[in-house]
Write a protein that binds this ligand. Structure first.
Ligand SMILES: Cc1cc2nc3c(=O)[nH]c(=O)nc-3n(C[C@H](O)[C@H](O)[C@H](O)COP(=O)(O)O)c2cc1C
Length: 354
């Protein structure tokens, strides 16, 4: 299983998966914000060889982002405070989406906003591009398979509290973004109970959960005693957050046996991806690893294929096992969000702080 064909891994049938209604020929995606807005990674591998490409979060209006420095390496990971810099959705649809479409990528568009209506407008714009794709000159919107709704953003209507820190605000954003496209709520790990926020997302109409965004962190320059990053604090990502992601996926799978879940956090190897799938993810995103090696998503995919081969299993087999553990009626099929039930996982006994 070492060889590749045109940069694509072998064993394709063993790797097929689905995130709710979105069928993917393998479970490996890029993570939002770690591979640019467009086809930047195409020079390192075939974008159509990945399950999907998730673009950096976009808002309706252009946004300048935070002051430099924006990234800083820390033990077992990195801190970033990029601050959602972006060209605005109209410019992105015009300038970046066509290259992704030409590369054959299945595109997940990540959106953000500062008010509930910002999110609604962003979703409408993306859905219009996807729906009218056949009528446009480029047809580029046809490659859009889902929206990822990044709710880790300050809500200017609620004292700049993060939407993702409130089940109610998360629910309202998900309800407001109903637009015909499948929508995955990208949740923050910086909460006492991610299951409660996930319940809000699903109640608001999310078709899936993406778990997790970065952990809040801070690094100081010990000479000056001042924050290293231009914006002060930042988001911690990389290997350090992997167990946080595994736990969030595990707890949400236990609470929502049939909900579509995408796992993200510290995936450096195929084994890390397997762990997230075993915890209950239907697909996995590769983020910070791409900064060290832009070929990381393809490497993780090849290692995952080899793991499945060596263990005589398939991605579908791993998913079905996790769903059976969680008690889903339909262990392997298309996930449908169900009413939340208390997480019965053994983590409850000894695992929580406080
Ligand atoms: C530089 C950088 C920028 C990011 N930008 C976004 C973003 O725009 N939207 C988003 O939802 N997540 C963003 N993230 C979070 C990642 O998508 C991912 O959830 C997180 O980094 C954990 O995965 P990782 O450890 O594999 O990087 C960003 C992460 C990094 C490191």
């Amino acid at each position: 299983m070492d060889g590749t064909v045109n940069g694509r891994p072998p064993g394709a049938a063993a790797l097929a998966t689905r995130v709710g209604s979105v069928g993917l020929h393998n479970p490996i995606m890029t993570a939002s914000g770690t591979s640019g807005h467009g086809a930047e990674l195409a020079e390192y591998g075939a974008l159509d060889g990945l399950g999907a490409v998730v673009v950096k979060s976009l808002s309706v209006e252009p946004w300048p982002g935070n002051p430099a420095p924006r990234v800083h390496e820390v033990g077992a990971g990195m801190l970033n405070s990029v601050g959602l810099q972006g060209p605005g959705l109209a410019a992105w649809l015009r300038d970046d989406l066509p290259a992704l479409h030409a590369a054959g990528a299945r595109v997940v568009v990540s959106i953000w906003g500062r008010t509930v209506s910002d999110y609604a407008r962003a979703a409408e714009l993306v859905a219009a591009a996807a729906t009218h794709a056949t009528g446009t000159s480029s047809g580029a919107g046809a490659g859009i398979v889902a929206l990822e709704v990044n709710v880790s953003c300050p809500n200017v209507e609620d004292r700049a509290r993060m939407f993702a820190h409130s089940a109610d605000a998360t629910s309202r954003v998900m309800a407001a973004t109903a637009c015909g496209l499948p929508r995955w709520a990208k949740l923050s790990p910086n909460v006492p109970d991610v299951v409660e926020i996930a319940a809000g997302a699903l109640e608001g109409g999310a078709d899936g959960l993406t778990l997790v965004n970065t952990l809040l962190g801070l690094a100081l320059d010990t000479e000056s005693g001042r924050p290293v990053l231009g914006a002060g604090g930042g988001g911690l990502s990389g290997s350090a957050v992997h167990p946080v992601a595994v736990r969030a996926v595990w707890e949400c799978r236990a609470a929502f046996p049939a909900a579509p879940i995408v796992g993200v956090g510290g995936v450096m190897t195929g084994r890390d991806a397997v762990e997230l799938l075993q915890a209950g993810a239907d697909a996995v995103q590769v983020g910070t690893a791409t900064f060290r090696d832009p070929r990381a998503p393809w490497k993780v995919l090849r290692q995952l294929a080899r793991w499945c081969d060596a263990h005589g299993t398939t991605v579908e087999g791993i998913r079905a096992q996790a769903r059976r553990r969680a008690g889903a009626d339909d262990a392997g099929g298309v996930g449908v969000a169900v009413a939340p039930v208390p997480a019965t996982s053994s983590l409850k006994e000894g695992g929580r702080d406080g």
